[in-house]
Design a protein around this ligand. Structure first.
Ligand code: NDP
Length: 293
């Protein structure tokens, strides 16, 4: 039996619409427009594409977009000064510094410098700390992990009591997803490159989150029948039939997995669109914090 396909594009469109309506209402009621500053350092093509998509989403939803294009050779002090300036700017509710930064810059110091109430990416250590602690909530949830949770919720997947396995433990995806799932009362196992019996762990999962960065590594025979599979991976696979010479695939082998899983996200069109949708939601939330509503 073929799995239910979780349509990330459709669910992201619903979130966009919710945010668009909320922004319009905020303008009407409070005469206030949320603003998102996006900082792009250097000329990395993928980063430039992501930033362009984020700015376009702002425009579509009525959020003010404040774009800063910075040469790759900016010094640490200059970038810190820019963050300080944006922290103080009342027209800026959210600050997004597109990662990765050029190697000479100290990413941790830059992310730490972003004001907590403008940390719409959710990567400030205080936000991550609150995410990890019982009885505390972060001001912002990191966008991709937040998107994973919304996909589960909108697809009607029962998280409480489920056995959830996350493959990957990065600061931006695996770890925060694991913390969110345990907050939602799943029993969580985190796997990584040193895990001894990866397939054995994966086979126990009612909910499987793949955030590895290895094309089609998880195959259908490893998956528990009926499991929900959320594939965060975005990998290029050579494909001479495509004009650009490659196509995007996930960390899960979609064709074999969909025959076993109960529900599964495709790549592209699964988690990807949710990341920007949740950034927009976080930016709206930052404006709520600024207005104290
Ligand atoms: P990282 O490279 O930072 O982390 C990868 C994780 O996978 C690490 O924890 C690593 O283990 C683990 N891992 C690597 N190889 C194996 C293996 N063979 N077996 C088990 N575990 C393994 O990647 P990210 O978390 O940043 O990204 C993961 C994927 O998600 C990528 O494909 C990325 O492109 C995609 N992504 C998609 C987004 C979206 O919006 N859709 C947003 C962000 C990322 P260890 O810790 O031991 O090294």
């Amino acid at each position: 039996m073929s799995a239910q396909i979780i349509d990330g594009k459709e669910i992201a469109a619903q979130v966009h619409e919710e945010v668009r309506l909320a922004v319009a209402k905020m303008k009407e009621t409070h005469n206030y427009t949320p603003g998102l500053a996006t900082v792009l350092v250097g000329e990395d093509t993928a980063s430039a594409t992501y930033v362009r998509m984020k700015r376009k989403a702002c425009e579509e939803l009525g959020i003010r977009s404040i774009g800063r294009e910075i040469p790759a050779n900016i010094s640490q002090a200059e970038l810190m000064a820019l963050v300080t300036e944006l922290n103080a700017d009342p027209a800026v509710n959210g600050i997004l510094v597109q990662l990765p930064l050029p190697r000479h810059l100290n990413e941790e110091a830059i992310l730490n410098a972003i004001a907590l109430e403008k940390d719409v990416d959710g990567f400030h250590p205080v936000n991550i700390g609150r995410l990890a602690m019982k009885g505390r909530d972060p001001l912002f949830i990191p966008c991709t992990p937040y998107g994973v949770m919304v996909l589960l919720e909108k697809s009607g997947v029962k998280v409480s009591g489920a056995d959830a396995v996350i493959v990957g433990r990065s600061n931006i995806v695996g770890l925060p997803v694991a913390m969110l799932l345990q907050k939602a009362n799943a029993t969580v196992t985190i796997c990584h490159s040193r895990t001894r019996d990866l397939a054995g762990h994966i086979r126990q999962a009612d909910i499987l989150i793949a955030a590895i960065g290895q094309a089609e590594m998880i195959t259908g025979d490893m998956i528990k029948p009926g499991a929900t599979v959320i594939d965060v991976g975005t990998n290029r696979k050579d494909d001479p039939s495509r004009k650009r010479g490659y196509r995007l695939v996930g960390d899960v082998d979609f064709e074999s997995a969909k025959e076993v899983a109960g529900a599964i996200t495709p790549v592209p069109g699964g988690v990807g669109p949710m990341t920007i949708a949740m950034l927009m939601k976080n930016t709206y939330h930052a404006a709520e914090l600024a207005l104290k509503i």
